[in-house]
Design a protein. Structure first.
Length: 77
């Protein structure tokens, strides 16, 4: 087993999942998922991720980071 050295770059690009979508979500929204395959679900998840980035992700990120008291970079003059 190969050990991976933890570096700042590894830490910098580590992903933390935000949400997911499943067939039960579609069913709860009134859709029939009987014939929905995994490829379609993957496409739906991808389109939803893009939509969230276009409609609020960056604004929500800033608001919630400030709420959690994450420090901002100091402005250089």
């Amino acid at each position: 087993m190969e050990l991976i050295k933890i570096t700042q770059e590894n830490k910098f690009y580590k992903d933390f999942p935000i949400t997911s979508v499943c067939r039960a979500d579609l069913e709860n929204a009134g859709f029939d998922t009987k014939d929905v395959d995994d490829w379609t679900m993957s496409e739906l998840a991808s389109k939803m991720a893009n939509a969230y980035c276009d409609m609020g992700f960056w604004e929500d990120l800033g608001i919630l980071a400030e709420y959690l008291k994450i420090k901002k970079h100091k402005k250089s003059d």
